[in-house]
Design a protein around this ligand. Structure first.
Ligand code: FES
Length: 174
């Protein structure tokens, strides 16, 4: 799912990117550390930042896009408020981790590496998180959800919706 930044967000992204480029202007930093700093500061590497880097460093945009898409350390989408990470380490894989990932993708309507349009959820796959006895595991904002099943995915999402609804109602009462 392609998320588009608002004009304001894009302005901020460009400013932040220029600031990072300024800091690195006199050093010997290559493209990768610059992109890492952008991700550290913004949580991902937005398209506007890639274009700004290409333009300021006078290199083809395709070279910058190539690096960001080649290394899976880089995120192309902003992290969601709820960061869902599905473990696909050996134990989780053996216990159906792929089914759980598929289930999250269907329920959220996004693919792994993407963020929902409302930016509530992002979905990633991760390697072993050290809870193999509880496989298959999903982490949500680093909280471990053990022994996942498709029904548990539905349950988590349902609980989340209820919580949101409650917050909305409480907000309306104030
Ligand atoms: S393989 Fe998933 S926690 Fe170890």
């Amino acid at each position: 799912m392609n998320l588009t930044e608002t004009d304001n967000e894009e302005k901020l992204i460009r400013e932040k990117t220029r600031e990072i480029l300024r800091i690195n202007a006199n050093g010997s930093s290559s493209l990768i550390p610059i992109l890492q700093q952008i991700q550290e500061s913004l949580g991902y590497v937005p398209e506007a930042a890639m274009r700004e880097v290409a333009s300021q460093l006078n290199i083809p945009e395709v070279d910058v896009f190539g690096i960001v898409t080649f290394y899976n350390q880089f995120r192309l989408h902003p992290p969601g408020k709820q960061q869902v990470k599905v473990c696909l380490g050996t134990a989780c894989h053996m216990k159906g981790g792929h089914i759980i990932l598929d289930c999250w993708e269907r329920r959220l309507g996004i693919k792994v590496g993407e963020t929902t349009k409302d930016r509530e959820f992002s979905l990633e796959r991760v390697a072993c998180v050290g809870c193999c006895t509880m496989a298959p595991v999903t982490l949500i904002n680093d909280q471990v959800h053990p022994k996942m099943t498709p029904t548990r995915v539905d349950g988590i999402l349902h609980a989340y919706q209820m919580e949101k609804q409650k917050d909305k109602e409480e907000g309306a009462d104030r």
